[in-house]
Design a protein around this ligand. Structure first.
Ligand code: G6P
Length: 618
């Protein structure tokens, strides 16, 4: 949420910053802005709305060429999405430009303090206080190398909340300084040039060499002095270096109309990559990144899965698999709820946090809440070097590659696969499953890429159906057992992308009240379980129940399942897949459906209104 870019080096900072913003726009698109430092003077331009609006302004009123620049794409928190509230914010004396991601919680008293000193605020944002404070603090900081960094440290020690700040000062033409507390920031290191970004996508076109920053750290990038990292108190820190394992092409649309379509199509590859190298020679799972001892895993007597949005739905499915394979009780909870109640945890609780971005603030806070109570935390995450895996005891990376579309698709399917691996690994370590039993489930997992490929091959009918239903006001989803979270995910996708009222129901629960909403012609998408599942007959009955009340039924069922045929107005076929793994295939038509409905309605599929991909505020 909010994209941050910074550049210092020999190239034209205007180009580097704008290109970075293009790649980070999925993090927020309420406004965009840029500031460059040329000839000892800061110049900035900012505009409400998508980046294209800013680009239009820049085409008419270009900023001067410069070697130092910062840029921001905003998801509004304090203050509406207006030109004035757009970042960068400049100090009253014009010496400092600041961009910010997060919330400065004590901005009100700080603002009063600045106002008492005669500063007139130009925006309603919390960010602007940082610009004024930094300008004033800089004046009080002794001259010499590192002066802006020292001023930043002094300011940060006064700030409460979560923030990434990047600042440029008119007197320091070759320097940028940034600080982070609980919000994301990575540094890119090129040849005689440095980059700052909310994530590596900001600079992946220029370098794959990155540095992780820890909590409460300040980084200075300077064309001659290089990279310097300290804590907020000034203690030197050696940042962790890593190489990004994907390149710029992975973050391009590659001929698709939408990133989401490309990411849906990439799912077979993403699943295969997530499974790669995780099976040992004797069929046993080898999860090297899970840095918890076998004893720790044997001691686990309860599992919590905590996540937000689509990742939460992956957690709901994980519960069925982990409980079935390990017989350990599993609770699944929304991170934003978990964080503010009093969950019963101790050192034998394993908390699995799932986050594609690794930066979702609700999930991060839940993680810290769990760690405070001595629980062991295992992260399932896609973004290397992000905060959530860094703060967890162990991590299992999904290898989905960069996910740019705001609505998660390949992120979700790979999270499912990772959850299955965690469940099997626990069962293996605890001796509940023999290696050959684990191996046979892994074999089933290995068949998933092909199954998903097959589903993708038959999506024309789903697209056609989506176009015919694009004018509906309500679409409902039904599922049972692992099909229930799939129904929730299908409904979420449709809400996120197409702004249609959609709800997912547990098929058996519908008759206890919600069935009253079914009217003549209400579209109901039903996820039928595997033919051999004991629940199959029950769900067929539930489909009959809604149809008897006038629903138009769209049934997703296995090939060869003839029982559903009489009750399906439309049938979508998927290849037979073992029950616990079936969400990996049944979700795919729902992704395609939501994407096509949104496209037909003329909406921006990759950047739905009001949303941001990486939500870094609570
Ligand atoms: C946002 C996105 C969702 C995503 C959720 C969790 O709300 O719009 O698509 O599922 O965050 O994101 P995470 O990065 O933690 O998986």
């Amino acid at each position: 949420m909010c994209g941050i870019v910074g550049y210092v080096g020999p190239r034209d900072a205007r180009d580097v910053v704008l290109e970075g913003l293009r790649r980070l726009e999925y993090r927020g698109y309420d406004s965009a802005g840029i500031a460059v430092l040329a000839d000892g003077e800061l110049s900035a331009e900012k505009k409400a709305g998508k980046l294209a609006n800013l680009e239009k302004v820049l085409a008419e009123r270009p900023l001067p060429e410069a070697g130092t620049g910062i840029g921001h794409t905003r998801w509004a928190t304090h203050g509406g999405p207006t030109d004035r509230n757009a970042h960068p914010h400049l100090s009253a004396d014009g010496t400092v430009a600041v961009i910010h991601n997060g919330i400065i919680e004590n901005f009100a008293p700080l603002r009063s303090e600045c106002e008492a000193g005669g500063v007139e605020f130009r925006s309603e944002t919390d960010t602007e206080v940082a610009a004024h404070l930094l300008a004033a603090t800089y004046r009080e900081t002794p001259e010499g190398p590192g002066r802006l960094a020292e001023a930043m440290r002094r300011v940060c020690r006064r700030l409460e909340g979560a923030f990434t700040l990047v600042a440029s000062h008119a007197d320091e033409p070759d320097t940028l300084v940034a600080a982070r507390r609980s919000s994301p920031l990575v540094v890119g290191v090129g040849d005689g040039e440095y980059f700052l970004g909310s994530d590596v996508a900001a600079f992946i076109a220029h370098t794959r060499e990155a540095r992780e920053l820890g909590q409460d750290q300040v980084v200075e990038i300077d064309r001659t002095r290089g990279l310097t990292v300290t804590t907020f108190d000034g203690a030197p820190v050696e940042p962790v270096a890593y190489t990004v394992d994907w390149d710029a092409a992975a973050a391009e649309k590659g001929g698709y109309d939408w990133f989401m379509l490309k990411e849906i199509a990439e799912q077979p590859r993403a699943i295969a990559d997530t499974l790669l190298g995780r099976l040992g020679e004797q069929g046993q799972l080898v999860l090297d990144e899970v840095r918890l001892s076998d004893q720790d895993l044997r001691d686990v007597d309860k599992v919590f899965v905590v996540a937000c949005g689509t990742a939460y739905h992956a957690g709901l499915i994980a519960k069925y698999a982990i409980e079935h394979w390990t017989r350990i009780p599993v609770e699944v909870e929304l991170a934003s709820e978990f964080r503010y109640r009093d969950p019963v945890l101790d050192r034998s609780t394993l908390v699995v946090v799932i986050s594609q971005s690794g930066e979702t603030m609700d999930t991060l806070m839940a993680l810290r809440h769990a760690k405070d109570q001595k629980a062991r935390v295992l992260a399932i995450c896609n973004a290397n070097g992000s905060t959530i895996p860094r703060e967890s005891d162990a991590v299992l990376y999904t290898h989905a590659g960069p996910e740019v579309a705001v609505a998660s698709t390949k992120g979700f399917l790979t999270q499912l696969v990772a959850c299955y691996l965690v469940g099997l690994f626990l069962a293996q370590v605890r001796g509940i499953k023999y290696a050959d039993e684990v191996g046979s489930v892994v074999d089933q997992l290995r068949r998933l890429p092909e199954a998903v490929e097959q589903v993708l091959g038959g999506m024309d009918a789903v697209r056609e159906l989506a176009r015919s239903l694009a004018g509906e006001g309500t679409i409902l989803f039904l599922g049972r057992h692992v099909g229930f979270p799939v129904a929730l995910e299908g409904a979420l996708k449709l809400k996120e992308l197409a702004y249609i009222h959609a709800e997912g129901f547990a098929a058996g629960e519908l008759k206890h009240g919600s069935i009253a909403v079914i009217d003549q012609g209400t579209p109901v998408i039903c996820i039928a379980p595997a033919r051999l599942s004991p629940l199959h007959g029950k769900v067929v009955s539930n489909i009959q129940e809604v149809r008897a009340r006038g629903a138009r039924t769209i049934v997703i069922a296995e090939e060869g399942d003839e029982d559903v045929v009489p009750y399906a107005d439309h049938l979508v076929r998927v290849p037979p897949t073992p029950t616990l793994l079936s969400p990996v295939v049944t979700t795919v038509p729902l992704q395609v459906f939501a994407c096509e409905v949104a496209d037909t309605r003329g909406y921006d599929v990759d950047q739905p209104r009001n949303l941001a991909k990486s939500v870094t505020v609570e």
